[in-house]
Design a protein around this ligand. Structure first.
Ligand SMILES: [Zn+2]
Length: 289
């Protein structure tokens, strides 16, 4: 069953951690053997594992945070630096797409074409006839957008989803672990985002509990399976040491349908959680072409 993963910091792994994501996560572990930094040698994400896990589409982040005085988080000194860094993330995705094997999904037309190519069961290792991995470019914390006037430039480059803040606070709003809402610059940014049709991401998931408990919880609270989806955040600054014990690589997302079935979820509901809910949201929110 195909998976839409609503959160992967792929460009961070490539640019900030110097990982070649086209390699297997297992190969990257070998390359990083002996490195002391947290998360090194224990990564879970490579394109081969994404294919094996049928992760047809993911929300791939381009982001950089400013260390605003008092926010208590690490980051860059200025928004200009954050802009340059996050544009680098975006440039990486564009280059992967230019090389083939990756597709940037920026419109409903892209989405429909992409899902049609993934509708047949995929045999990992089938070679060039394998459909590309699809990425919807998203931003986690909006510091890299220097001003509302810059939103159209980001849009033209393929950015489609933005959350205003991450941890601490951003130029625009308070985030996880901070009381407070929008900052004065937040409102004009939201207006600029609305003008181009940018999707606003209001999630700030902080928990790392096993997905199935979370999914089940959301479904119980909502009363149906239409409001839960996957945003794995795998390799978002850590590796297997911070993963559920039965998850070795991203390919193991394919265990989730089985786990949901054992909790009594019907096939149709499992499809919604694995990809259907994200696809519905994207169909409603992306521009037609
Ligand atoms: Zn992230």
């Amino acid at each position: 069953m195909i998976v839409v993963d609503g959160h992967l910091d792929l460009a961070m792994c490539a640019l900030d951690w110097n990982r070649d994501l086209r390699l297997s996560a297992l190969e990257t572990r070998r390359q990083e053997a002996g490195m002391a930094q947290k998360g090194r040698g224990t990564g879970t994400v490579g394109f081969p594992e994404m294919r094996a896990g049928q992760v047809a589409l993911s929300f791939a982040t381009a982001f950089a945070r400013v260390a605003w005085p008092g926010s208590g988080v690490s980051g860059y000194r200025t928004q200009e630096i954050a802009y340059g860094h996050a544009m680098g993330h975006l440039a990486y995705y564009r280059q992967l797409a230019a090389n083939g094997g990756v597709r940037l999904v920026a419109s409903r037309a892209d989405l429909d074409r992409h899902l049609a190519e993934w509708s047949e069961p995929i045999r990992p290792g089938a070679g060039p006839e394998e459909p590309p991995l699809g990425f919807v470019v998203s931003m986690e914390g909006a510091d890299a957008i220097v001003s509302p006037e810059q939103v159209p430039e980001w849009w033209a480059n393929g950015l489609r989803i933005v959350s205003l803040c991450h941890y601490g606070f951003s130029a625009y709003a308070h985030g996880t672990g901070m009381p407070g809402g929008l900052l004065p610059r937040g409102r004009p940014l939201l207006r600029a985002m609305e003008e181009v049709g940018m999707i606003l991401d209001v999630s700030h998931l902080a928990e790392q509990a096993f997905y199935v408990d979370q999914i089940d919880h959301v479904c119980q609270v909502a009363g149906d399976a239409r409001h839960a989806a996957i945003g794995s955040d795998l390799d978002g600054g850590y590796g297997t040491e911070q993963c559920p014990h039965d998850l070795d690589t991203i390919a193991d997302l394919q265990k989730v349908p089985d786990l949901l079935q054992r909790r009594g979820y019907a096939e149709d509901d499992i499809r919604l959680v694995m990809h259907g809910n994200w696809v519905r949201l994207l169909r409603e929110a992306l521009p037609a072409s």
